[in-house]
Design a binder for this molecule. Structure first.
Ligand code: ATP
Ligand code: MG
Length: 395
C-alpha cells in the first residue's frame, strides 16, 4: 500500500533520567504536549520508548503546531517527518519533495537503519537518495558543511525522512520539579525569573501585591497579562492578588524612611510564605539581581531573607540587566512589562534608601509592630484568580 504520513517526532534530553523517573518525566511531557496542542486538530500524541510522536490529521495547521512545540519545556529538539513505506523509490521521491522551496547548493544525506533486513545498507541508501537529489536539483555533495541535510531512518515498520531539525526550548517538563510561588511585580525581571523556574520543571503559582487606591489598577492588569503569557508554558495558572496599601501606610508612618522598601519586602515575604504553605509551594521566587538597585545589595538581601523560613530562589541573581531584557523579549513578556505602571514598592520611596541595613536594624524598626495581625489583615483581603492559557478554549 502506498502511503505518506507527516508527523512530528519529539526528542528530549535524557541526561540523568533513569528508571521510574524517566517514565514520570515522559508521561508529564506527553501530557504537557497535549495541553499545548489543544485546538490544533492533531490526531494523537504517542509516547514511544525514546521519543514522542505527534500524529497529524489532514488539514492540521502544521506551522501552528511547530510554533507551540517550540515553547514546551522539556523538548530538546524535534522534526517534522515524512513516514513512508520502505521502498527506495518512494524514499527518493519523498526526499525530493522535501527539498522543494529550499535554496541550497550543497547537500548531504545521512541514514540510520535499525531494520537490518532492508536490502540496502545505510551508506547505499545515502548514496541512492543523495544521487537522486543531486541529479534532480543540480546541487553538489558536501560531507562536511552542506547547505541542506536530509535524514533517512529505516525502522521495522516504515521509513522516516526529514530535512529540518528544530530547536526546542530544553529544560524539564513543567510539573516534574515541584511547585514554587513567584513574587510577580509587573516589572521586567520577575516574569523572566518565573520563566527560568518553569523551564526547570517547577509549576509556578503567582502572587502580586498592589497599593490601590494609592496607585491605579494598572499593575493588576499587567500581572494578569504576564501570567497569561507565562501560562503558555506553565498551563493553567493561579495568581493571588494582595492589597498592600494599608500595610504600607503603617510602615510609612511608623518606621525610618531609609528602611521602607526593605520592610515592604519583609512583609511581602511573610505573607507570601503563608500563601506558599497554603498551595504547597516549597520556595519563593523573586526577580532580584545582585546590586541592581539599593534593596538588592547582598546585605539587604540577607536582611530580607532573615525572616524567611522557606528558601527564596533568585534565578536572575547573576544576570546583567541587558541579558534579562533580551530574555524578556525572547519569551514575549517585555512589551507588557514596560507598559507604564506604578509598583507598590516605588511608593513613598526616600531619596536615600539604606544600602546596608542589617537584620538587626530591620528587627528594631519593626519592634513596635504586631506582625501576626498585620499579616492576617492582608491575608483577609487576598483574591485568587485563575488564568487559563490562551489555547485552553481550543483557540
Ligand atoms: P521587577 O522587574 O521584577 O519589578 P525590579 O528590578 O524592579 O524587579 P524590585 O522592584 O526591587 O526589583 O523588586 C524585586 C523583586 O521583588 C521583584 O523581582 C519581585 O519578585 C518582588 N516584588 C517587587 N514588587 C512586587 C509586587 N508588587 N508584588 C509581588 N512581588 C514584588
Ligand atoms: Mg519592580
Amino acid at each position: 500500500m502506498h502511503y505518506t504520513e507527516k508527523l512530528f517526532i519529539i526528542h528530549y534530553a535524557e541526561v540523568g533520567l533513569k528508571g521510574k523517573n524517566r517514565v514520570f518525566f515522559e508521561k508529564k511531557l506527553t501530557q504537557n504536549i497535549k495541553l499545548s496542542l489543544r485546538g490544533t486538530g492533531y490526531a494523537e500524541v504517542q509516547r514511544l520508548h525514546d521519543r514522542i510522536v505527534v500524529h497529524l490529521k489532514q488539514g492540521t495547521d502544521i506551522a501552528e503546531i511547530e510554533k507551540r512545540l517550540r515553547r514546551v519545556m522539556g523538548i530538546a529538539h524535534f522534526e517534522l517527518v515524512c513516514r513512508t513505506e520502505k521502498d527506495i523509490d518512494v524514499i527518493k521521491d519523498t526526499a525530493l519533495q522535501l527539498t522543494e522551496g529550499k535554496t541550497f547548493e550543497t547537500l548531504k544525506v545521512e541514514t540510520k537503519r535499525s531494520d537490518k533486513s532492508f536490502p540496502l545498507t545505510s551508506p547505499e541508501i545515502s548514496s541512492e537518495v543523495g544521487g537522486h537529489l543531486i541529479q534532480q536539483t543540480g546541487a553538489r555533495a558536501d560531507m562536511y558543511n552542506p547547505d541542506l541535510r536530509c535524514w533517512v531512518e529505516i525502522s521495522h515498520n516504515s521509513a522516516y525522512i526529514y530535512t529540518d531539525k528544530l530547536q526546542g526550548v530544553g529544560g524539564l517538563p513543567v510539573g516534574v520539579s515541584g511547585k514554587v510561588l513567584v513574587m510577580l511585580s509587573g516589572g521586567i525581571d520577575s516574569p523572566v525569573a518565573a520563566w527560568q523556574m518553569i523551564k526547570r520543571g517547577t509549576k509556578a503559582v503567582f502572587i502580586h501585591f498592589y497599593s490601590y487606591p494609592y496607585t491605579d489598577k494598572a499593575s493588576l492588569e499587567k500581572v494578569i497579562e504576564l501570567t497569561n503569557i507565562l501560562a503558555e508554558s506553565n498551563y493553567r495558572s493561579v495568581i493571588f492578588l494582595v492589597p498592600f496599601a494599608e500595610l504600607q501606610q503603617t510602615i510609612v508612618t511608623e518606621t525610618p524612611a531609609p528602611f521602607r522598601v526593605l520592610l515592604y519586602r519583609r512583609m511581602m515575604t511573610r505573607i507570601a510564605q503563608r500563601v506558599a504553605a497554603f498551595v504547597d509551594a516549597e520556595a519563593l521566587v523573586t526577580g532580584e539581581s545582585l546590586a541592581q538597585v539599593a534593596s538588592q545589595t547582598l546585605t539587604n538581601l540577607r536582611s530580607i531573607e532573615a525572616i524567611a523560613d522557606i528558601p527564596i530562589l533568585r534565578p536572575l541573581i547573576g544576570y546583567d540587566k541587558i541579558d534579562i531584557i533580551a530574555k524578556a523579549e525572547q519569551i514575549g513578556t517585555f512589551k507588557v512589562s514596560t507598559l507604564p505602571h506604578q509598583d507598590c514598592c516605588s511608593l513613598f520611596v526616600p531619596k536615600h534608601p539604606a544600602t546596608h541595613a542589617s537584620p538587626a536594624d530591620l528587627d528594631k524598626a519593626e519592634a513596635g509592630f504586631d506582625i501576626a495581625t498585620l499579616v492576617e489583615t492582608a491575608m483577609d483581603g487576598i483574591e485568587k484568580k485563575i488564568v487559563n492559557f490562551s489555547y485552553e478554549n481550543g483557540s
